[in-house]
Design a protein around this ligand. Structure first.
Ligand SMILES: *Cc1c(COP(=O)(O)O)cnc(C)c1O
Length: 301
């Protein structure tokens, strides 16, 4: 059995630098909803149940890890998931959306300009009319309940590290909306939080992460936050050869470890670039694997 928190082997660069890398294997948690998405859904599901919701309505792209997790967990709760999909639906459907349907989920296509408005879109009223007792969850599960779930997750991981006698200078995590990093930042037992945005324009995330963290915990030490926004590798769903090779290298060194192409690979890659540049002050770093391996089905590899 693989331990949830273990050291990982890294390319040469690391050895010389004295940086020690560990990884927390969120990808091995929860068979039906591995990674961070379950943690973001946890309190949302409890609230939906409490309100007697019959439907949970959310948003996502055709390969969304969030929708994949949502479909799987709703099935067990006897709640019907409804997904507003970014853009039109292709008749074939992606493997992710086919899984969603197999869980009893319902799909709504959208215009991209409307989709972008999220909860402000006119789709919200139109969809609400069709599905009674709906509980709405924003894209990625990134509302205050989502941050709260990641805050709990951070507590669990830091307790585990402590029990193993491990002290870290920093945790490294990928970001899309930043809700996961916000929950980690807000937790008083975490060290520095190094955030690697997977999307372009991630520099703007910093303020957003701070805002979410403060609303979770007013005492949040914001100085723990470090955002590294130059490792998005072209943005969402781009997998340049340098990143592909990097994923392979890590997998060859650590045969039981797979990184996902959109999020976690950029964390490990970005960390190595930072180490090469010689500016990194944190030496003992814990990468939190946020899952997302089902997303490989969107790539021809
Ligand atoms: C959704 C996702 C993220 C981003 O989480 P945010 O809370 O939106 O920042 C990171 N990693 C994986 C694998 C994801 O699926």
């Amino acid at each position: 059995m693989i331990q949830p928190l273990h050291p990982i082997l890294t390319p040469e660069t690391y050895h010389k630098s004295g940086v020690k890398l560990y990884i927390y294997r969120g990808d091995l948690e929860h068979v039906n909803a591995p990674g961070n998405k379950w943690h973001k859904l946890k309190h949302n599901l409890a609230q939906a149940k409490q309100q007697g919701a019959k439907h949970i309505i959310s948003f996502g792209g055709p390969y969304s890890n969030h929708l994949h997790a949502l479909g799987n967990v709703c099935q067990q709760l006897n709640i019907t998931p409804v997904a507003i999909i970014r853009g039109e639906l292709q008749p074939q459907l992606t493997p992710t959306l086919r899984d969603f349907i197999k869980c009893g989920g319902i799909l709504w296509p959208s215009r991209r300009d409307e989709y972008r408005l999220g909860m402000q879109s006119s789709l919200v009223a139109a969809v609400s009319e069709c599905y009674e007792r709906g509980y709405w969850v924003p894209e990625g599960g990134s509302n205050s309940q989502g941050v709260n779930g990641c805050y709990d997750w951070a507590k669990t991981i830091s307790t585990m590290a402590e029990q193993q006698g491990l002290n870290f200078d920093a945790w490294a995590v990928s970001a899309g909306t930043g809700a996961t990093s916000a929950g980690f930042l807000a937790c008083s037992t975490t060290p520095d939080i190094m955030v690697f945005p997977a999307l372009k324009g991630g520099g703007r995330l910093s303020d957003e992460i701070k805002r979410m963290a403060l609303s979770q915990n007013q005492q949040t030490n914001l100085a723990k936050l470090q955002v590294f926004d130059q490792y998005h590798c072209g943005g969402y769903a781009k997998l340049p050869p340098v990143l592909q090779n990097y994923i392979k290298t890590i997998h060859i060194l650590n045969s039981n470890l797979k990184l996902d192409p959109i999020y976690t690979a950029k964390v490990v890659y970005g960390l190595e670039q930072e180490i090469q540049s010689g500016t990194l002050t944190n030496k003992r770093i814990l990468i939190v694997h946020t899952g997302g391996l089902q997303g490989w089905r969107g790539f021809n590899m």
